[in-house]
Design a protein around this ligand. Structure first.
Ligand SMILES: Nc1ncnc2c1ncn2[C@@H]1O[C@H](COP(=O)(O)OP(=O)(O)OP(=O)(O)O)[C@@H](O)[C@H]1O
Length: 751
């Protein structure tokens, strides 16, 4: 409801000159800020560090400066992109970071509350703003200005537009795609802004059709949350989960361009540190592994590794046999299980019980007093049948615990298990043929949540790490006490003067324990870096993109990474392709937060032009349940075309493409088409790429050639959703291509 006017004529040249002066001043300030931080950084590195404490402090300070410098470098392009003219008061310039001159804001960070009207003000709800200006720059030069007068009367005459900064928005949407997503900070729309600035607490689900900006919004929300809750979030970190490495590469430049670098981007397959899950797997198997009943399967698998001997075992101790049978072992196993501890942490209970059983037998043999009830022994007969006391039995236990034969039996009956060892044994031995897999075959993406679940069920025996930490602490305490003693000893005893004696010494004000902690080596890595290698890291906020694809087991893993349940979940149920993916958000979330989650809908498609959306609507008209297509905002002027031909005709079409191009093909014909068109790449930086629908999810291209849509639709139980995804990847041109069967595929079809 705003009126749009591009700045023109005489007014334009003075407006351009005015904005250019202002923008040049901002860049000069930015240069000064960079120079100052560079100086500080160099000065910090010059410090020698001395003690370990001083060194780690220096590293932490240097890291802070380096991060700030990286932030200042990142905002070089489009530093200032907007201006608000309030009805009362002077103009406010809006940009990627805040720049201040003592108290005066020269540039307001787009995330600050004062910048909000830039994204949401309309002629009707103007927030006291008379005019909004979009400023486009190239390098440091102002190249375009678009003004909107937020005046209800002018708006009524000019017509109704729900879009904010329409000219700037349409220019951004018409730009060529490069294989890397760009930030949308200058043209965020009101419904997107509401999501971006929604409060951090609780679970927010953002549902919207293809191209409605869900990914863009999710990334800008991360930047907003880091700005608004900097302290909490830089300590705990933010995790953004995307469907595959290609997608992560596609979005990788957005947050740096918003001057935010401390976010961990990961696929679900990356979330078990130390494991690289790249082995392929049929979708049916992945679906089985993703079901929540796998938890019981794992529990049963672990229970099966807590064994009792089926036939008695004999061990030789001092050349005498001792026996272990199931009747001795069963109560011990029950006790260990009833402790409720994870497998590895319950093991010491089992081990102690079995050693007791064995020690009793040895004690009975070597301590038995043959004369204990000798009627002739009279007074000298002991009152018990065994001469050994508790200390002797404890010695025997300790000796038994050190015997390799005993250790081997304990390992056999209740082994220490790592998640990797347990799961690879489980796959190698399971009687469920559909899950069986030889050892050493590599991990798949669907294994990762199971490894994580297994890690929880097994527990990690961190006795060694804890003992080492305790030893380190004692060492530091000892050292600190020494420092305090020297410092107390160096007090000037000659100073008889009372006043001097009252000057506190370091030993008076510091306890050894406090000082010891200061000597601890501080970890100077960012939260994201530490989280990347720590399976049990609890993030401050988790953002999940293409969330509809995740299996119930993957959700369990993610919820463990976010005990605070501060999450943004972004997806589209109509695009679910994975067999085990989501049908409803409540089914996904109710196990974790019942109905305590909020839903925000995005309704406008910024990617797909009207012509392609209308074509998609016709192709998907019979979808069940019906698909609610988003409203396109722009037209490309090009109707989709339908072509059929051979592989060489397809190659000719590829050669004609002028912008970025994706050829999207049914998974079943991928190999054959890849062989027929070797020029098509896999990397998004290449001008033309060959992708299956799964690989194309979340991406966009200037042009798409969609090969055999009917086959895509019939290829999987959620084929209609896959077709919807494939139809909505193009920003300009869509070609539907019916590929005549090649000799190979014709033969395959006949078989
Ligand atoms: N406010 C905006 N200003 C400029 N461009 C925008 C805006 N919103 C979205 N876009 C652009 O629209 C395109 C689609 O956005 P995005 O990929 O975030 O959509 P999506 O909803 O995640 O799509 P999909 O469901 O297909 O994954 C991107 O190029 C994005 O930059």
């Amino acid at each position: 409801m705003s009126s749009l006017s591009s700045v023109s004529g005489k007014e334009s040249s003075s407006a351009f000159a005015e904005e250019q002066d202002y923008v040049s001043m901002l860049y000069a300030r930015l240069d000064q800020m960079r120079d100052r931080v560079r100086e500080h950084l160099t000065g910090t590195w010059r410090q020698s560090g001395g003690t370990p404490q001083a060194r780690s402090q220096r590293d932490a300070v240097a890291r802070g400066y380096a991060d700030r410098l990286a932030r200042y470098e990142a905002v070089e392009q489009g530093l200032c992109f907007g201006r608000l003219d309030p009805r009362d008061g002077g103009p406010l310039h809006i940009g990627r970071i805040g720049i201040h001159d003592t108290d005066e804001p020269l540039l307001v960070d787009w995330r600050a509350p004062a910048a909000r009207p830039f994204y949401v003000a309309t002629a009707v709800t103007s927030y006291g703003i008379a005019r909004r200006r979009h400023i486009r720059t190239r390098d440091r030069t102002v190249v375009d200005l678009d003004d909107e007068v937020l005046d209800a009367d002018v708006a009524a005459a000019a017509g109704d537009s729900p879009l904010v900064g329409e000219a700037a928005l349409l220019a951004a949407l018409d730009a060529h795609r490069t294989g890397r997503m760009r930030d949308i900070v200058a043209t965020i729309q009101a419904e997107q802004d509401r999501v971006i600035r929604s409060e951090a607490r609780g679970v927010l689900v953002v549902q919207g059709g293809p191209g409605t900006g869900k990914t863009a919004v999710a990334l800008h929300r991360a930047a907003y949350l880091l700005y608004t809750y900097r302290e909490q979030l830089s300590a705990r970190g933010v995790l953004i989960v995307g469907p595959n490495p290609t997608f992560l590469r596609y979005i990788s430049q957005v947050l740096p361009s918003l001057a935010e670098t401390g976010v961990l981007l990961a696929t679900p397959a990356d979330l078990f540190p130390g494991v690289s899950a790249t082995a392929p797997e049929p979708p049916e198997t992945a679906e089985l592994k993703g079901r929540s009943d796998m938890v019981d399967f794992l529990i049963r698998g672990i229970a099966a590794r807590q064994r009792v001997p089926q036939t008695p075992i004999e061990i030789e101790v001092d050349r005498h046999p001792v026996r272990l049978d199931r009747y001795d072992c069963e109560p011990v196993r029950r006790r260990a299980r009833e402790s409720g501890l994870p497998h590895n942490l319950a093991r010491p209970i089992f081990v102690a019980g079995i050693l007791d059983v064995l020690a009793r037998q040895v004690a009975e043999r070597i301590g038995a007093d043959p004369f204990w009830n000798d009627p002739l022994g009279e007074d000298d007969a002991p009152a018990t049948p065994n001469v050994l006391d508790d200390a002797d039995v404890a010695d025997i236990r300790a000796d038994l615990a050190g015997l390799p034969s005993v250790r081997a039996i304990l390992d056999e009956l209740w082994p220490v298990l790592t998640p990797e060892r347990f799961l690879s044994d489980l796959w190698a031995t399971t009687d469920r043929a559909e899950l069986r897999r030889p050892r050493g075959g590599g991990w798949t993406a669907a294994d990762v949540p199971l490894l994580d679940e297994a890690a929880e069920l097994l527990g990690e025996d961190d006795t060694v790490q804890r003992a080492r930490a305790a030893r380190d602490r004692l060492r530091r305490l000892d050292y600190a006490q020494g420092v305090l003693d020297i410092s107390a000893g160096s007090r000037s005893y000659e100073a008889e003067d009372d006043a001097e004696a009252e000057i506190p010494n370091v030993a008076d004000v510091l306890e050894a324990a406090v000082l010891a902690e200061r000597y601890a080596d501080r970890d100077t890595r960012s939260a994201a870096e530490r989280a990347a290698v720590d399976r049990r890291w609890a993030f401050g906020h988790v953002i999940v993109d293409e969330a509809q694809e995740l299996s119930p087991m993957a959700w369990r893993l993610l919820m463990r990474r976010c005990p605070s349940r501060s999450m943004t979940i972004v997806g589209d149920l109509a695009q679910t392709g994975a067999r085990g993916g989501a049908d409803t958000w409540s089914a996904v979330l109710s196990p974790y937060v019942a109905d305590r989650w909020r839903l925000a809908a995005l309704t406008v498609s910024y990617r797909t032009p009207t012509e392609i959306m209308a074509y998609a609507a016709r192709l998907l008209a019979d979808a069940d349940p019906p698909i609610d297509l988003p409203q396109p905002v722009r037209s490309s002027g090009a109707e989709p075309r339908e072509v059929s031909g051979s592989a060489s005709d397809l190659a000719a079409l590829v050669a004609e493409a002028r912008g970025s191009l994706a050829v999207i093909v049914p998974a079943g014909r991928h190999a054959e088409i890849a062989a027929a068109l070797p020029g098509l790449g896999r990397d998004l930086d290449e001008p033309a790429v060959l992708l299956t629908v799964t690989q194309s999810k979340g991406l966009e291209f200037d042009e798409v050639i969609l090969v055999e849509p009917d086959l895509i639709r019939s290829e999987s139980p959620r084929g209609v959703n896959d077709l919807y995804v494939a139809l909505t990847r193009a920003t300009q041109h869509l070609t539907i291509f019916q590929l005549a069967p090649t000799a190979v595929s014709a033969a395959a079809r006949q078989r």
